[in-house]
Ligand binder design. Structure first.
Ligand code: ARG
Length: 460
């Protein structure tokens, strides 16, 4: 096989080296980014008089033809090519002859691959955000239906204080909103044109990097050519943002797994989003959530692989960096799939509101409200806390709830208790009175829902 660099070499490349060196099976995915980048480059070469205008037009026409043939399937990627850049250039030269050989003027694969990566990251940030927004609107709709669905809020997975299911879901909405914001931030760093850095040291040709940036939709041009070809921060940041989003998904998944258990029974998944067992006829398993939880490991792994690959690399381009794509592509694919399936699974699930309320009735989640009742009647919080602890112990001994203890019992511990204690510890009231900003009271939750709505409007 004749390589591009055969002039310098006496022997052909061994098949082993070729296979080991090649990245076409991975970077073939970026064919559109590669071709669009080349079109902008060719146009700039023509406009600057670096090549003749007619030749630039021929290059652009040839590249357009390759792009449409690849999209239609008329042209298949040649898997024996080294990478997508070599493949497109070779195909162009096949189609245009000598003119095709002018495309790579004032360019290197080093700045070319950096450009493709950035175009890909910018495109995929938008795609991931789109999926995040779909999940956010599902969470928001579920929240709307559950503003009055009382459930126990947990700390240490122990029933703690009363909240509503809406409030609980909106905590996840807050996480996924931050994920969108984080991606916007990553976008800013990806939105810098590396093309024109060439191999590492720029070029003696009178290129116009700003025109290329403008035609490809980049807001900035990287200001150092050595950094331009060797910076992969934007990929690391994207992988990190995806890891954080996956961590959020994994926490939500864990809750879904718990909620689907007979121990909780807060949620019934639609049959289309659950699986059975090959031996146990009664089983309905939350496999989707378990898989999302499990796939979080590979997304974290991809981030660590990328960080490790970049660690200690001297300037500027090193072939190690060819390993930048496979991990990131996997994270992008994984997170997009997990977001989409989680949204559908939740959208079609049934919320078992009565079970949530029933769980709230056990576990003394209104104990803090007993203490707060005494505080409002003048008792110091620490003393009120102690009295309430004694009441809880008494209730446990009697196998009763706080609502079931007679007033006489209450008054044994404090004369401040009056008949109105029962209203104060009614779970619905306990939630309704938590009107502090960001709390679970209905008005506060409606304000949170509005915030999600505003966020989604602003993002579309
Ligand atoms: N396939 C390479 C990559 O993905 C393209 C850049 C190759 N540059 C080089 N000088 N070998 O990184």
């Amino acid at each position: 096989m004749e390589t591009m660099w055969a002039g310098r070499f006496e022997k052909p490349i061994s098949e082993l080296t070729n296979d080991f060196n090649a990245s076409i099976l991975i970077d073939g995915r970026m064919f559109e980014e590669d071709i669009r980048g080349s079109m902008a480059h060719a146009a700039m070469l023509g406009a600057q008089g670096i090549i003749a205008k007619e030749e630039a037009d021929k290059l652009i026409g040839g590249l357009e033809g390759i792009l449409s043939d690849m999209k239609s399937g008329a042209l298949q990627i040649d898997e024996s090519a080294e990478d997508i850049h070599m493949f497109v250039e070779a195909e162009l030269t096949k189609r245009l002859g000598e003119t095709g050989k002018r495309l790579h003027t004032a360019r290197s694969r080093n700045d070319q691959v950096a450009l493709d990566n950035r175009l890909y990251v910018k495109k995929e940030i938008a795609a991931v955000k789109d999926k995040l927004q779909t999940l956010l609107s599902v969470l928001k709709e579920m929240a709307k239906d559950n503003v009055e669905t009382v459930m126990p809020g947990y700390t240490h997975l122990q029933r703690a204080q009363p909240v509503t299911f809406a409030h609980h879901l909106l905590a996840y909405a807050a996480m996924f909103m931050r994920d969108c914001d984080r991606l916007d931030d990553v976008y800013k760093r990806a939105d810098v044109l590396p093309l024109g850095s060439c191999a590492l040291a720029g070029t003696t040709h009178p290129i116009d990097r700003f025109a290329v940036a403008e035609s490809l939709g980049f807001s900035e041009v990287c200001f150092n050519s050595m950094d331009g070809v060797s910076d992969r921060d934007f990929m690391l940041e994207f992988a990190a943002a995806l890891s954080i989003a996956m961590m959020h998904l994994s926490r939500l998944s864990e809750e879904v797994v718990l909620w689907c258990s007979w121990e909780f029974k807060f949620l019934e998944l639609d049959d289309a989003f659950a699986t059975g067992s090959s031996i146990m006829p009664q089983k309905k398993n939350p496999d989707i959530s378990e898989l999302v939880r499990g796939k979080t490991g590979r997304v974290y792994g991809n981030l660590v692989a990328l960080l490790t690959m970049m660690k200690g690399l001297p300037l500027a381009y090193n072939k190690d960096m060819q390993e930048d794509k496979e991990n990131l592509f996997d994270s992008v694919d994984t997170v997009k799939t997990c977001l989409a399936i989680t949204a559908e699974m939740l959208r079609t699930a049934t919320v078992l509101k009565d079970n949530m309320l029933a769980a709230g009735k056990k576990g003394f989640i209104n104990a803090t409200d007993v203490a707060d009742y005494l505080v409002k009647k003048g008792e110091a919080f620490r003393s009120a806390y102690k009295i309430t602890g004694q009441l809880v112990a008494e209730a446990i001994a009697k196998n009763a709830t706080l609502e079931e203890l007679p007033l006489k019992e209450y008054q044994k511990y404090s004369p401040l208790f009056k008949e109105d204690i029962y209203g104060a510890i009614d779970l619905k009231n306990c939630v309704e009175k938590r009107t502090s900003f960001g709390g679970p009271a209905k008005d506060s939750v409606l304000a949170q829902i509005e915030r999600v709505e505003e966020f989604l409007k602003g993002k579309k």
